[in-house]
Ligand binder design. Structure first.
Ligand code: G6P
Length: 615
């Protein structure tokens, strides 16, 4: 939540800051602001609303300065408005700060600062931090770096911060704990870029370093120096960015979400590319080999995740139990971390997270780590926090996902979890070679089948959207592997079209949601051919008998459901366990088109953020 950018170098900072904030807007978009230093003076500009609102209000202003910081906000402390927007200034106005995260003990600090004569202009926790830094700098008569270091020793919480000072106008100080911060080193080594992720930086340089937790960086006179908050020198680990500019642009699509939906044949392929060899029955993932003994004796897997990633976890529960015969518990990370859960050193705890930064998922993993369990990450963003703390993991390689509602990350997560479940099954001897061969062949066919779904279903999806976009409720039903798909379909619709939607196991409907069904209620049923197809058919009859409107996702050439449903969307036949990879696609498109017809901002839905770094 919240995106931050900073620049110091020979060029004007403004363009980088604004372009960067637009790239990071997925992290929060309720207000935005920048600060620039020119002639030893800090100029702050901020606005309620999106980055574009800020830009519109800056026309005609003097925006020059070779050093600057910028922020796009997702409100935590203090409502979204201009006064709470970042950057925040210290009492004297000599320091400016931007912050992503939460200062948990801000109320106590604020009380002390007020007693010491400080007055505050905003309701934010961040303003307290910049006042604290200034107070320490004045009292201790120390350098800005030292004041920041001492202040951070008093702070409880999570942060990525960048600070400017008009009395030190050639210096930038940044620090991180719990929230990400990347530093880009310019080609001529005379300019530096900072951002919450690498997307604002890649256009300018590929040489970067990721700050670690509890590190403070100082950039001065073209030098980057890093120390820990305990004052130990650190040598930054410089690496090369592997990210293409095209991957973070819309590429001719109207929205990132639509682009990402259409990218799925490729992102699914990328998630298993080089990892399976169906001829020789091999699943090659480093972690499978490293943990071979552990996998063989494993008694339990616990999956922790949030949002869409939690739905991928539910699919994984079926996969691991079906193939590897290991009991699985799937937990909301936010509940797990506060529940005093029972954990054993023999457990394997898998965290699933697109961003690799979700605060609750991180905290759940840290808890598991303390209990001695092996912790494993399935993440998309390379170099993010979760992969840094896990014992092992597998990246999903879906490429940057910018639309706030997750689409291609979900299908990549499900693919990687399928490979893991099969890899575990093979090592535990719970799957026959012929079964494994069939599934691996089928996985190789998934990208072309997804392509087929994308090419064939958009027209019917648009027709369905036109019919139902004014509905106020939707019900999504599925069984077996399609139950998590029903949950995910409902979540997508809620997130981007603001229609209330519920996902339910189809048979469970009669224990409650059936009371909601009348001629107004669209009911999306995922009714693909499998062992429980006939049972789902009975559930459809139950909806029909109450005049519900049925939108069905069916296997190609299905006849029975067609006779009952108002609308049918066909998907190709595949292994039952791989069905979520196909049945999810039309549901993503349905939520997209309904949201468009309702005039919603699909890439930046209200109140949401993509990377939830607060609990
Ligand atoms: C937010 C996003 C969702 C995402 C969830 C978990 O709510 O809007 O799309 O599924 O966080 O995020 P993660 O990065 O951990 O997968």
């Amino acid at each position: 939540m919240c995106g931050i950018v900073a620049y110091i170098g020979p060029n004007q900072a403004y363009d980088f800051l604004i372009k960067g904030l637009k790239r990071l807007e997925y992290r929060g978009y309720d207000s935005a602001g920048i600060a620039l230093i020119e002639n030893n003076e800090i100029k702050v500009f901020k606005e309620h609303g999106k980055v574009q609102d800020l830009v519109d209000n800056l026309k005609g202003k003097n925006l020059s300065g070779n050093i600057g910081i910028g922020h796009t906000r997702w409100a935590t402390h203090g409502e979204p408005n201009q006064k709470n927007a970042h950057p925040h200034l210290s009492g004297s106005g000599n320091l400016a700060v931007i912050h992503n995260g939460i200062i948990e003990n801000y109320a106590t600090l604020k009380e002390v600062l007020i007693k010491n004569g400080h007055t505050f202009k905003s309701d934010t926790d961040t303003e307290v931090l910049v006042h604290l830094i200034e107070e320490i700098k004045t009292n201790e008569k120390c350098s800005l770096f030292e004041a920041v270091r001492l202040a951070l020793n008093e702070v409880v919480g999570a942060y990525a911060i960048v600070i400017l000072s008009n009395s030190d106008p050639d210096t930038i100080i940044a620090a991180r704990k719990g929230s990400p911060l990347v530093v880009g080193i310019g080609k001529n080594k005379d300019e530096f870029f900072m951002a919450s992720d690498a997307t604002p930086i890649v256009e300018y340089t590929r040489t970067v370093t990721y700050l670690e937790d509890n590190e403070i960086a100082e950039i001065r006179d073209g030098q980057l120096n890093v120390k820990t908050i305990e004052n130990r020198e650190k040598t930054p680990y410089i690496q090369n960015l592997e990210l293409s500019l095209e991957a973070i642009e819309k590429g001719g699509f109207e929205h990132f979400m639509l682009k990402e939906i259409y990218e799925q044949p490729k992102s699914i392929l990328d998630s298993f590319r080089g990892r399976i060899d169906s001829q020789n029955l091999k699943i090659e993932m480093r972690s499978l080999n490293e943990f071979e003994n552990k996998i063989k004796s494993l008694k339990r897997i616990i999956i922790v995740a949030c949002g869409t990633s939690w739905h991928a976890g539910l699919v994984a529960e079926y996969l691991f139990e079906d193939y590897a015969r290991i009991p699985v518990e799937v937990e909301y990370a936010s509940e797990f971390r506060y529940r005093n859960p029972i954990l054993y050193p023999e457990d394997l705890v898998i965290a699933i997270s697109q961003s690799g930064e979700t605060a609750d998922t991180m905290a759940a993993l840290e808890l598991a780590k303390k209990s001695g369990a092996t912790i494993f990450g399935v993440c998309n963003v390379v170099g993010s926090s979760i992969p840094r703390i896990t014992d092992a993991g597998a990246y999903t390689h879906a490429g940057p996902e910018i639309g706030v509602a997750s689409t291609k990350a979900f299908t990549a997560q499900v693919t990687v979890l399928t490979l893991l479940a099969l890899g575990f099954a093979q090592r535990r001897g719970t799957i026959s070679d012929s079964k494994l061969r069939n599934i691996l062949h089928e996985i190789e066919r998934v990208p072309s089948k997804v392509e087929k779904v994308l090419n064939s279903c958009e027209n019917i999806v648009i027709q369905i959207s036109k019919e139902f976009y004014k509905s106020s409720n939707f019900l999504y039903l599925g069984r077996g592997y399609n139950f998590p798909v029903a949950l995910e379909g409902a979540l997508k619709l809620k997130e981007i079209s603001y229609i209330h939607a519920e996902g339910y196991p189809a048979a469970e409907m009669k224990h409650g949601p059936i009371a909601l069904i009348d001629e107004q209620m669209p009911v999306v049923v995922i009714a693909t051919q499998n062992e429980i197809y006939e049972k789902v058919l009975s559930n459809i009859q139950e909806v029909k008998a109450r005049k519900g409107k049925i939108i069905a996702i069916v296997t190609e050439n299905d006849e029975k459901v067609k006779n009952l449903a108002e609308f049918c969307i066909e998907i190709p036949e595949t292994e039952d366990s791989l069905i979520p990879l196909l049945s999810t696609i039309p549901l993503q498109l349905l939520s997209y088109h309904i949201a468009i017809l309702r005039g919603c901002n699909v890439d930046q839905p209200r109140n949401l953020a993509k990377s939830v770094t607060v609990e």
